[in-house]
Design a protein around this ligand. Sequence first.
Ligand code: TXA
Ligand code: MG
Length: 341
Amino acid sequence: MNDPHFNTEIGCDLSRAIEILNEGNLVAIPTETVYGLAGNGLNESSILKIFEAKNRPFFDPLILHIGNLEMLHELVSNIPESCNRLIQKFWPGPLTVILPKKDIVPDLITSGSDYVAVRMPKHELTLQLLNSISYPLAAPSANPFKYVSPTTAMHVYQQLQGKIPYILNGGDCKIGIESTIVSFMGDAVKIQRLGGIAIEEIRKELPEAILANQPEEHPVAPGQLKHHYAPGCKLIPFENILIGDNYELQNFEKIGVVLFESAQKSETESKLINKGISWNCIQWFVLSESGNSVEATQNLFSTLRKLDNEQLPWAIFRWAPEKELGLAINDRLKKAQYLPI
Ligand code: TXA
Ligand code: MG
């Protein structure tokens, strides 16, 4: 009830964004992955506003965004050679690294951990912004906690309207899924979250990188929580439909079907019809006609939003191939899927 109410504006005015951030308020910023909800990452009251606007629990730490390597050295106490190799190859880009923090980084950013997550995004407007201010920007994805990340300025507006003063419009996000997170703790190199850089690409640079186990109760990267990305529409994997009919899908007038590629359409359609779902109930969504995983990644979150906009109560989805960016797509689909209690 006591939430501040803003008349949220959308625009491309960098100096306005800088002014608002310098005042300690929040600005949604474009990046190549997803839009972020940004505030001064060294200022506790700005950081608190981020948690509040997102309704995010304090145990979920935030990524600091930087525009140059000098800032990285201000924030972290040690950069292993292996980390340098990744940074040189992938920054600016969809890579977040977790490194030991310096005291300057508030505990609120790291949820009390001695390690901080840092990333240099690849987006011209946001890099200009980051290089015009003297502090890093804390920026989680600009969605309410547990909802799908936004990939356009309008997505941000639809969900955070009234909660923030300004959305910097940098167009549609080119990658469309969050950054890949790699931690450097002791000698271990661990991929903590699958994301915009395929695991195969990371391993070309660092063959020793392992995929971290993803505990669900106290994850190192809580983006790994089971239901993190759930849209309102109940999402069910195709194979669950084939093995059982416990969802009573036949009772609905419309059902969404999300395909990775068009080549899956005829098999999917005939098997669903065999299961008693009438073809004229089906509303099709294809992530990439030709099965291009970069294109499919870019369309994933906006497609999940469309299911909600169309008010479809149910949707059936097909998995992406289990390789390259398909692994990250499947990771997000797993977290978005409906789990009957
Ligand atoms: O692509 C991205 O990474 C986007 C854009 C806006 O940069 N940001 C993003 O932030 O996805 P967020 O807050 O939605 O997800 C960041 C993840 C969370 O799961 C968080 O737990 C993890 O990074 N994380 C952040 N700091 C961490 C830390 N110190 N140790 C472990 N995990 C951390
Ligand atoms: Mg997020």
